[in-house]
Design a protein around this ligand. Sequence first.
Ligand code: NAP
Length: 283
Amino acid sequence: MNEMIFKDKVAVVTGAGGTLCSAVAVELARLGAKVALLGRTVAKLEPVAASIRATGGTALLLSVDVTDAAAVETAHRRIAQELGPCTLLVNGAGGNRNDAVTTPTEFQPAEISDAKTENMRGFFNLDPNIMLEVIKLNTVGTLIPCQVFGREMAQQGRGAIVNFASMNSYRPLTKNLAYSLSKAGVVNLTQWLAVYLAPAGIRVNAVAPGFFANERSRKILMTDDGGLTARGQNVMAHTPMKRFGEAQDLLGTVCWLLDDERAAFVTGVTIAVDGGFSASSGV
Ligand SMILES: NC(=O)c1ccc[n+]([C@@H]2O[C@H](COP(=O)([O-])OP(=O)(O)OC[C@H]3O[C@@H](n4cnc5c(N)ncnc54)[C@H](OP(=O)(O)O)[C@@H]3O)[C@@H](O)[C@H]2O)c1
């Protein structure tokens, strides 16, 4: 895609300092959008803003927690003032926590007995409050920007939203209970909003990335010497294209879903970008 298909449109990208959505933000700017970069850590957003500005693009950087409705509303007011009304929203803020996953892949009697070691965390040892944090980030942290920026889109009678689901949305991966249920929620939220917002001229879709190495997952999937951990090998064995995704692999799908011309009749879908992972039974 080389045309300025988003020329002068205002795009809001949450999680814009992250592995995947930093690339999405830069691509939207390359295609002409004025981009608001949202995330909590300014230091992660700065290089993304710099890279956009270096090529003559417009980037506005805002430190905001997407689960805080008042903070997102404040960010919205600044974006409206400095860039104009938003018609494109990418909800990339999301993720998991190490202390919200189980250590075994299935029940082990030790997790409910005195034999439980300190490092063991079975389902029965998970902290509900920590799980709630993960669920809140991925669901409420998507819902709030949809409400705040979707309202402005409804006032304009047009807009496109892309949410970030996951392979966990379809079938839960072992260990990842809270993350899986929250990402299943993202697909459901995407469908619900697509139906509700169709009369307002707003399309709502999602992408479901397969395995892309980010700061956290790199440690889970790769060894220090660049090889694969046992879990990384398991993922690779179930990925027909035999590689992890690169942020660039997502750009065509995200930009197509945001494009009111090419995806004019597409709403309520979640597109897997996964090297065939979700199609593979592994057998
Ligand atoms: N990488 C994968 O393999 C993969 C696969 C499937 C789905 N996904 C999903 O794709 C999205 C992007 O993933 P990624 O790999 O790019 O992850 P990442 O590198 O960890 O980026 C996520 C970004 O979200 C921001 N964030 C976290 N909590 C936030 C909050 N409360 N408010 C505002 N920003 C917040 C983080 O920055 P701060 O901490 O500074 O706020 C971070 O920069 C996520 O939703 C993830 O769940 C990723």
